[in-house]
Design a protein around this ligand. Structure first.
Ligand code: FAD
Length: 381
């Protein structure tokens, strides 16, 4: 993939934004297990970062996905995965379907303020009983007059405590099978009947708020449905394409920085009268990790190019997400080894990376689900 001067300029301004507005506060926000998302998103929205690929008529920049790839990659520079995830929900997980399939009225009401950073959004797909098996969700949205009446619950909702609206996947019918009976609906999170008081305490991603959300006879107008009724599962699968590319892109930068920092640290750390990096074992191991990251970058960039061309990139996306999930486990573990006790400190970057990156192999489709997709698409299953 060729990055132009425009891509490089965007990259520099995102990097400067992160170094100015986010990284200096990461320790404080991680300790507090939350960050001021409305404040940070407003600043990101003012800079134009929340609508890079979104249509200009709704406040976006209208650029192609290669520019969003720069955004996703640079978010890996944030020193806390929770904040990067939270921003990713806003740009790459909960808004692509609305941007493409939503009515103009809906896009004015929900997409524009989300791009501007005036609204925070969350994505409600996973449930207590349905994560990998998205088709088996139980939450229902039943028609009543001009409204939908929503009942059920969502689990693992990133941004769920603070969000102004949710992109909700719910069953809107009982016929046509589990892939054609669902719809995506914009749900204002202050609607009567929503309980999102349960904040989940997690192994990593501390500064992102993750909620369990309950719906008890929650009414929203039917015009809040995104696109056609019954096509929600398909729209969500399309959103997953972007979510998985996003995860892979962000992981490239996270892993690259970790290997670079480990090389720097081992160059400066003296043991047995010489820098640790003078040991061939460490040189070769870092060279090997570097090669793995190059493979991830190559697969992911091929996916980005295919996405821009409108190709079928189901296999490439699954491969990129799978590779990212694997490296997100092995790279931090191997790097921690070379940091020794300094890496084992609770507040070290490598320790945080180990906790935060662990989710890449689970969230947005676990590694096994990625292998299932690849096997199906290649006709093995
Ligand atoms: C911190 C966090 C934030 C999240 N944010 C959101 C969010 O904002 N919105 C949202 O909707 N969801 C969110 N999720 C949910 C996430 O996408 C799910 O956790 C994920 O899809 C896995 O679902 P599950 O946890 O129910 O695991 P399960 O479906 O119970 O699967 C458990 C494990 O079983 C294995 N497995 C599953 N299927 C197969 C198979 N076919 N073959 C072999 N092995 C298999 C995998 O190892 C998998 O990890 C989040 C999760 C976490 C932990």
């Amino acid at each position: 993939m060729m990055f132009t001067e425009e891509h490089n300029a965007l990259r520099s301004s995102i990097r400067a934004f992160i170094d100015r507005e986010i990284n200096p506060h990461v320790e404080e926000w991680e300790a507090a297990e939350q960050f001021p998302s409305h404040e940070v998103f407003k600043k990101a929205g003012d800079a134009g970062f929340l609508g890079i690929t979104k249509p200009a008529e709704f406040g976006g920049m209208g650029l192609d996905y290669t520019f969003n790839a720069v955004w996703a990659e640079e978010l890996g520079h944030i020193h806390a995965g929770g904040i990067a995830s939270s921003l990713g929900v806003q740009t790459d997980m909960a808004t692509p379907a609305l941007s493409v399939h939503g009515s103009d009225e809906l896009r004015h009401e929900f997409l524009r303020p989300t791009i501007q950073g005036d609204m925070v959004v969350c994505l409600g797909v996973s449930e207590v009983g349905a994560g990998s098996d998205v088709a088996s969700i139980q939450t229902t949205a039943r028609k009543d007059g001009d409204d939908y009446v929503i009942n059920g619950g969502k689990m693992w909702t990133s941004n769920g405590i603070k969000a102004d609206w949710m992109c909700l996947l719910a069953n809107t019918g009982t016929e046509n099978g589990p892939h054609h009976n669902k719809s995506l609906i914009c749900v204002p999170m202050d609607a009567k009947g929503i309980d999102r008081s349960t904040k989940l305490k997690k192994y990593g991603l501390w500064s992102s708020d993750t909620a369990q959300v309950y719906f008890d006879d929650v009414r929203v107008p039917q015009r809040y449905r995104i696109g056609e009724e019954g096509r929600g599962f398909i729209y969500q699968m399309q959103q997953f394409t972007q979510e998985r590319l996003f995860a892979a892109l962000r992981t490239i930068m996270q892993m690259q920085e970790l290997v670079d920092e480990t090389a720097e640290y081992t160059r400066s750390r003296i043991a047995f009268g010489k820098p640790l990096l003078d040991n061939q074992w460490i040189q070769y191991t870092l060279a090997d990790l570097q090669t793995e990251i190059a493979c991830l970058r190559a697969i992911t960039y091929a996916g980005v190019e295919g996405y821009v061309r409108g190709d079928n990139i189901r296999v490439l996306t699954a491969e990129a997400k799978l590779k990212a999930g694997k490296l997100a486990r092995t790279v931090p573990d191997q790097c921690m080894q070379f940091w020794g006790g300094a890496g084992f400190l609770w507040e070290s970057r490598v320790a945080r990376m180990m906790r935060d990156s662990r989710l890449v192999a689970i969230g947005g489709g676990a590694n096994e689900v990625m292998m299932q997709i690849i096997a199906k698409e290649l006709g093995y299953a």
